[in-house]
Design a protein around this ligand. Structure first.
Ligand code: FCB
Length: 453
């Protein structure tokens, strides 16, 4: 790997989300979320855990801000827990919850770390789920009200807003595959959810523009480039195109072209995904609302997907930590560059940010309480090498947020999967920066990625 520089003013940051790190801390007025409920259902979370304590960030945040500062982060992407602000989803607000974020934000600003606030990273107030959650169009309006409240209260301090994190996960993992809260397996519910989440983005963007014309606002998608196992083989090509439609274009096209992709509309109809009511949840004008101008698109990139029969050698690589992370996600850094070349060609986006990228590995504490996470470090180096190449092509990729600053609650995997730059000893809540943290700190300081392999 050769040494590569990043553009001047490149934004270096790290990311987290509320439910994964805060701990729910009953007593401070937070209402229950769909993830509290989901964790309480037997068999949903692999290690039977929940978010009650997590990284206890709600109490230990000053230490975590110190760590971000030690890393040299210029920006910190975190999410606000909607049920901390509106315990019932709408109506009565909870000042204690808001004060928590005010303190956190003020402390970041004191350290010259720019807050990038995600408004929704999956912890929907449970009171709204009782009324149909994201299947109910009213939730989109409740979200816009919540967004407007946050911007009105915090807009003096926060200038960077991300409405949603990964609508595909909310729709498909939550409502089609049932792996995430609320755990439904209903293809129509997934399509309704995707639509209402996108609509809520558009509605929230309108409110953000009214209230904070100087703010920078956009959305984060998880994008996963699809490749045919055998290029040129018609079945594999078709499968890759379908995967791309379901995972990527179903969100990109409405946001940036004000339409759903025709081939996918057809596909869902052929699959009988909609039931007798068809597309009745899409109302006139919705797509125009969804396609509000965004200041940026956040992209979470972890891996690619290959469709079709893979070669024996490729299959054998599946147990190899140089090719697959502990999530069983293939390591494919080139996919990042391919993805951005394609995105920049197909979608009129003014600025791009990588709002998540990182890897889970089974970290081992050494006797002297260190973490030599060589595989994670290599993963980051290979991906940053691609990021630098994307920038060198003149594509306006303006920043990179590592996932995650801390080990945390990895959703259905519980605490078994560690993504942090900082190790969390959950028994004592001690934070131990890993080798990857020390390395990234040097990369940030030099604004260059260099060979460490
Ligand atoms: C993304 C999520 C994030 C984290 C990473 C590993 O899909 O946005 O919360 O779980 O994956």
């Amino acid at each position: 790997m050769q040494e590569r520089s990043f553009p001047k003013n490149f934004i270096w940051g790290a990311a987290s989300s509320s439910f994964q790190i805060e701990g729910t801390v009953p007593g401070d007025g937070r209402g229950p979320s769909i993830w509290d409920d989901f964790c309480a259902q037997p068999g949903r979370i692999r290690d039977g855990s929940n978010g009650l304590v997590a990284c206890d960030h709600y109490r230990l945040w000053p230490r975590d801000v110190e760590l971000l500062s030690e890393l040299g982060a210029r920006a910190y992407r975190f999410s606000m827990a909607w049920p901390r602000i509106f315990p019932e989803g709408r109506g009565r607000s909870n000042a204690i919850g808001l004060d928590f974020y005010k303190r956190l934000i003020d402390s970041l600003l004191e350290k010259n770390i720019t807050p990038w606030v995600t408004l929704y990273h999956w912890d929907l107030p449970f009171a709204l789920e009782r009324k149909g959650g994201w299947r109910n169009r009213n939730t989109a309006f409740a979200f816009a009200d919540y967004a407007a409240y946050c911007v009105a209260q915090l807009g003096d301090r926060v200038k960077h807003w991300i409405t949603h994190n990964e609508p595909w996960c909310v729709a498909v993992l939550g409502h089609r595959l049932g792996e995430h809260a609320p755990g439904l397996q209903n293809p129509r519910a997934a399509l309704e959810t995707a639509h209402h989440v996108l609509l809520s983005h558009g509605l929230a963007m309108q409110r953000i523009r009214e209230l904070a014309p100087d703010a920078t606002a956009g959305i984060t998608l998880n994008l996963n480039p699809a490749y045919p196992a055998t290029p040129g083989k018609p079945e594999d090509e078709a499968a890759a195109h379908l995967f791309d439609g379901d995972f990527n274009r179903w969100y990109l096209d409405p946001l940036f072209r004000a339409c759903y992709p025709e081939d996918m509309i057809q596909h869902h109809e052929n699959q009988g995904a909609l039931g007798p009511r068809g597309w009745d949840f899409i109302q006139q004008g919705d797509l125009k609302t969804i396609a509000q101008p965004n200041d940026f698109l956040g992209v979470n990139y972890y891996s690619r997907t290959v469709l079709g029969e893979r070669s024996a050698a490729e299959k054998a690589a599946q147990k190899d930590p140089l090719h697959y992370t502990a999530m069983d996600w293939e390591i494919h850094p080139e996919g990042l560059q391919d993805l951005f070349v394609r995105l920049a060609r197909d979608y009129p986006v003014k600025a791009w940010y990588i709002t998540e990228n990182g890897a889970a590995y089974a970290d081992q504490l050494t006797a002297d309480r260190q973490i030599h996470d060589a595989h994670r470090l290599r993963y980051l180096a290979l991906h940053l090498d691609q990021v630098a190449q994307v920038c060198a092509r003149g594509i306006p990729l303006k920043g990179y947020f590592a996932w995650s600053i801390l080990d945390n609650f990895e959703w259905a995997h519980g605490y078994e999967k560690r993504f942090g730059l900082v190790y969390v000893d959950y028994a004592s809540q001690e934070r131990i920066p890993k080798a990857s943290f020390h390395w990234l700190k040097e990369v940030i300081a030099a604004n260059k990625v260099f060979d460490v392999l």
